[in-house]
Design a protein around this ligand. Structure first.
Ligand SMILES: *[C@@H]1O[C@H](CO)[C@@H](O)[C@H](O)[C@H]1NC(C)=O
Length: 332
């Protein structure tokens, strides 16, 4: 011990100095080594093999807002889906986030993707196992959202993946929603995938009635071509009553073309002509129509369509008839 101390004091000053430098260098290298290993450890801990833990931590973080009905209860997946950020969404899915994560109102990321008309995001979510039938506390489905914004692509992808085309009676109905907004493509997709064209919701009536109230001519035409019952409206109010009341002559003509009863009475015992605004175009049209005999060809068409029945109307195009006749029967 004393020998070493003596040796140290005996050494020239320069040698002692280099010893100090050496120790500083060693210390620096040691610190660098510790830093690098820590970083490596962190990397493996977070990025590899610990996706579940990462997801759990972030879920816990976002769960914080559950008491408040605010944006805070949305997950990063909800945000990415509603903003249509596909890359972020896919990354989050890869990191193990649950694609069916719910807000307090039971809104899923798929609801958000459809409301934003972000087809690619919707597809990514469905591919990752998102529930296409998910329903919020208000009964809103992703399909309903797609119909709200008129996203035909989202509507189709949902239906292709097994979404049920119609809601329960007291829940928001996709076909009524699409019809009221005039989203013809969505109505078409829904009908193609088996939505009931005559579905009657007590406070809304049928989809055809909604089309008449909202004066959506093309949607009304589509529903009628697909065999919607021309007399079925809301309670005793027929679609013709609704169209007449709105003074929408185009829809009135269409309904009469499909055989609407001009003498139907509503709950106030009024006929469509009675509910049309006084001295309006529609009133005049209805009065004239009453006084004119119906065309035999039209009567025949209605008769044949009634015989074929709603569920077999799609087979009309296979009848061994001349093209013009077939098209006439299908109102094409
Ligand atoms: C959605 O609901 C319908 C009707 O209940 C069911 O037939 C269908 O399989 C469901 N789809 C999925 C993907 O669960």
């Amino acid at each position: 011990m004393s020998d070493a101390a003596q040796e140290l004091t005996n050494k020239p000053f320069a040698a002692q100095l280099s010893n100090v430098y050496l120790s500083i260098l060693a210390l620096f290298c040691f610190k660098l080594f510790v830093k690098i290993s820590l970083n490596l450890l962190t990397y493996f801990y977070i990025v590899r093999g610990n996706r579940k833990e990462a997801a759990r931590i972030s879920a816990e973080f976002y769960d914080y807002g559950q008491q408040h009905r605010s944006w805070a209860d949305r997950s990063p997946l909800h945000d990415a889906a509603s903003q249509g950020r596909l890359l972020a969404l896919k990354t989050l899915i890869l990191q193990g986030h649950n694609v069916n994560v719910l807000t307090i109102d039971h809104v899923t990321p798929l609801h958000e993707a459809c409301l934003g008309d972000h087809v690619a995001c919707a597809r990514a979510l469905i591919d990752a196992g998102a529930n296409v039938n998910a329903s919020t506390v208000d009964g809103v489905t992703p399909l309903f959202n797609a119909c709200t914004v008129g996203s035909v692509a989202c509507t189709e992808i949902l239906l292709e993946n097994g979404a049920k085309p119609q809601s329960l009676v007291y829940h928001p109905s996709p076909i009524h929603e699409a019809t009221s907004k005039g989203h013809y493509g969505c109505v078409e997709a829904l009908v193609t995938w088996g939505a009931d064209v005559d579905m009657d919701i007590p406070h809304l009536g049928t989809a055809l009635y909604t089309a008449c109230v909202c004066q959506e001519l093309e949607c009304a035409r589509k529903l009628l071509r697909e065999g919607a019952n021309v007399q079925k409206g809301k309670s005793l109010d027929s679609p013709l009553h609704a169209a007449a009341e709105k003074d929408c002559t185009a829809v009135v003509k269409l309904l009469l073309d499909f055989g609407a009863d001009i003498n139907a009475r509503n709950t106030e015992f009024q006929r469509p002509v009675d509910v049309a605004p006084a001295s309006s175009l529609t009133e005049g049209f209805l009065l004239l129509y009453e006084a004119t005999p119906r065309l035999l060809s039209q009567l025949c068409r209605q008769c044949i369509r009634n015989c074929v029945g709603r569920d077999r109307l799609h087979l009309l195009s296979h009848l061994p008839l001349p093209n013009r006749l077939r098209n006439y029967l299908r109102y094409q």
